[in-house]
Design a protein around this ligand. Sequence first.
Ligand code: CAA
Length: 390
Amino acid sequence: MSDQELFPLSDEHKMIRQAARDFARKEIAPIAAEFDESGEFPMETVRKMGELGFMGIIVPEEYKGAGMDALSYVLAVEEISKADGSHGVIVSVNNSLFCDGILVYGTEEQKQKYVAGVASGKKIGAYALTEPMSGSDAGTMGCQAVREGDEYILNGLKSWVTSGPVADYVMVFMMTAPEKKHKGITAFIVESGTPGFSPGKKEPKLGIRASATSELMFKNCRIPADNRVGKEGEGFKIAMSILDSGRIGIAAQSLGLAEAAYEASLAYASEREAFGQKIGDFQGVSFKLADMKTQIEGSRLLTYNAALVKDRSKESGERYTLPAAIAKLHASETAMFCTHSAVQIHGGVGYSKELPVERYFRDAKITEIYEGTSEIQRLVIARTEFDRLR
Ligand code: CAA
C-alpha cells in the first residue's frame, strides 16, 4: 500500500513490519498448510521466531525481550497471521497473556526466572483461566488453591489453554476464597513437570490447528508460595487486565487473517473470467471487495490505536479496556466477514484445500470466540459507556 497508508508509521515500525513480513513469507507460509493438516505444533519456527525477538517483542531487553512498543507487537502479529493464524496466536499468547501479566504484576524474581526464558523463545508460556463450566463467566471458577505453610496446593481442571500441551510455564487462576466469589481468585505460575500438574485432552479444532490447545489438570499439585502473582484475591483483576492486552493481540491476528483473505480475493478477481469478463468487473464482486477493504482499514485504525493507548497507559496507569474491546470486536468480525467473502469470491477453489483461503476461513472463526466472545466485547463496551454517564 506504501504511500496510500491511512496510518502513518515511523521508519522503525516499517522496518519491524518488513522483518516480520519477510520471515512469515519465507519460513511460515510454506509450512502452514502441512501443519494445519497434521495439527502438529510448529516448534522449529517458534524457536526461530524466538531468536528473531518475536516471542518477546514487548518485553524489555533486561528480561531478554526485544524491548519494543505495543504497535511493533501488533505489526508483527499481523504479518505473521497473514501467513498463518496459528503462528499468530502462539506469538500473541506468549507476549501478552504470559509475559505482559508477569511484567505488570510479577516480582523481580518472577520476571528474571519466567519472563526471560519465555521472551527468548527458549521456553513457552500459557494462560489458564477458562474451565469446562466457566468460560464467559470467568469469575465463577471451580479450581481451588489452598495455602499450606510456604506452599499452595492446586486442584482442578482448566480447559481451552492455548499452547497448553507445550508450555513450560503457565499463569493459572484459582479460587483461594470461594465465598468471596471473584474477589477470592488468585494468580499463580506453575512450571511443567511439577508433580500433580499435567496436560489433559488436546482439543481437535476447526481452525488454528497448529496451535496446541488443551486441558490442564491439577491434582494436589504443590507449588512454592513465591509463585503467587500479586496478592491473594487480586487474581480476577489481574486476569481481566491481562486480557485487555491479549485482545489487542487477537485484533492484530484478525487483521492479518482478513488481509490475507482480501489480497487473495483481489488477485483472483482480477484474473478469473466468467461470462466474458474478469469477475472483478462485476459489481457484485467489486462491491464485496470494496466492503472488505473498508472493514480492514477500520480494523487497522482501531487496532493500531489500541496499541498506542496501551503504550500511553504505562505512564498514566489508565485502563485501556475500551479501545482493546472495540478493536477486538471490529477486527474479529472483519476477519470472519473477509474470509467468508473470500471463499465465496473464489467459488469451488475457495472451498478446496488446494488454496489457503478455506484455512483462513476456518482460522478466523476462533477470533470471535477466544479471549472474550464478540458478545462479551459488546457487554464490556456497553458497560463502559453507561459507567461514563454515571
Ligand atoms: N481490568 C481491571 N479490572 C477489571 C477489568 C479489567 N479489564 N474488568 C473488570 N475488572 C474488575 C472490575 O472493576 C470489578 O472490580 P470490583 O470488584 O472492585 O468492583 C471486578 O473486576 C469484577 O468486574 P465485573 O463486575 O465487570 O465482573 P463480571 O463478573 O460481570 O465479568 C466480564 C466481567 C467482562 C464478563 C468478564 O468475566 C470477562 O471478560 N469474561 C470473558 C472471559 C474471557 O475473555 N475468557 C477468555 C480466556 S483466555 C482464552 O480464550 C484461551 C487462550 O488461551 C487464548
